[in-house]
Design a protein around this ligand. Structure first.
Ligand code: ASP
Length: 331
């Protein structure tokens, strides 16, 4: 074979490989349950077990819907609601407490197909803030509502309203007393559905001991949450002030779209280079328009999981992780 034929066949082979790589997955989803130090959970199998089980349940809820052809937004709502109701995570029931000892919740959702978005910030009485964010998107002319106004709106929409102490758990009550332990565990979900639409959602109790009506990145479109069918869906967790300054969720989509980086390259650059240099602690989950997933973090751990199905494969691939060890789950 002459040199020219050899080079052409190598070139063709690379084209085939990259086409396979770029092939759109049938569906894909990633979830997170917060990032942080997590010393106790990382060093104790027994403590970690319920987290793994809850992440797996969330993946199963999402995958069942995705396999049945549900829309990305339905999947995000169902999965985030499940995680909000789960007291292990810092969102909905189990949320962390403010300096004054209250629970003040933030959430947002965004759809990649038309860039519609909704968010609520600083709500104290809405049982599932992600549903309030969804209602803001669908039933109001606004993108973000905050505080009492958001609560009035949620009540008018017929969403479930609870007393503020509904969000307490024995663990958060202990924290209120000590006000020194750190609780991480914002929740998020990003989805590529069978129709090729992306969506992202994030929900949190915010940072422990936050004051003066502090709002983090989670409800801010472009910081904690972003989705665009031309690039990626992103949900972040970590020290929100840094994620706002670096407009992390939009930044990732922009790098993907304008620099031509893969979702993994864009995500790793932002988490390990931009945020690390600025001492911003945390991580993110992202899925691109082809179903490729990235879940980098620069903290000791991040509760996370993913599921995806290749179009050519009869089965899906599901996994969960907290630290660096990834657990592949049976079908
Ligand atoms: N990013 C959230 C906030 O700053 C907190 C977290 O993800 O743990 O409110």
């Amino acid at each position: 074979m002459c040199m020219r034929t050899f080079l052409i066949s190598i070139g063709l082979w690379f084209c085939v490989l990259s086409l396979c790589h770029a092939q759109k997955r049938e569906y894909a989803m990633a979830i997170h349950g917060g990032a942080g130090t997590m010393d106790a959970v990382l060093n104790d199998q027994e403590l970690a077990a319920p987290y793994y089980a809850s992440l797996d349940s969330a993946l199963r809820i999402g995958e069942q819907l995705l396999a049945a052809g549900a829309m990305a937004e339905e999947v995000v709502i169902a999965v985030v609601r499940y995680l909000e109701d789960n007291p292990l995570f810092n969102a909905g029931k189990g949320a962390t407490v403010s300096f004054e000892g209250f629970f003040e919740l933030d959430a947002s959702i965004m759809l990649g197909k038309d860039l519609r978005a909704g968010a609520v910030a600083g709500v104290k009485t809405v049982r599932n803030p992600i549903t309030a964010a969804y209602a803001v998107m669908n039933q109001s002319p606004h993108v973000m509502l905050s505080g009492e106004g958001a609560e009035r709106f949620a009540a008018e929409q017929g969403l479930e309203i609870v007393e503020n102490d509904y969000f307490a758990t024995p663990r958060t009550l202990r924290i209120i007393e000590q006000l020194k332990a750190e609780k991480n565990g914002t929740v998020g979900c990003v989805v590529l559905d069978k129709q090729g639409n992306l969506a992202a959602g994030t929900s949190t109790g915010g940072m422990l001991r936050k004051r003066w009506g502090r709002i983090g990145d989670a409800p801010i479109i472009g910081a904690g949450t972003y989705a665009d069918n031309n690039s990626c869906a992103v949900s972040c967790t970590g020290h929100g002030e840094y994620f706002i300054r670096h407009a992390v969720a939009f930044n990732l989509c922009a790098r993907y779209k304008f620099l031509g980086e893969t979702v993994l390259q864009a995500a790793e650059y932002i988490i390990h280079r931009e945020l690390n240099t600025d001492a911003g602690n945390g991580g993110l989950i992202a899925v691109d328009k082809n179903g490729q997933i990235a879940m980098p973090f620069n903290s000791a751990g991040m509760f996370r999981g993913s599921v995806y199905k290749e179009t050519v494969s009869p089965v899906s691939v599901r996994s969960v992780a907290i630290g660096s060890e990834i657990k592949m789950l049976p079908q």
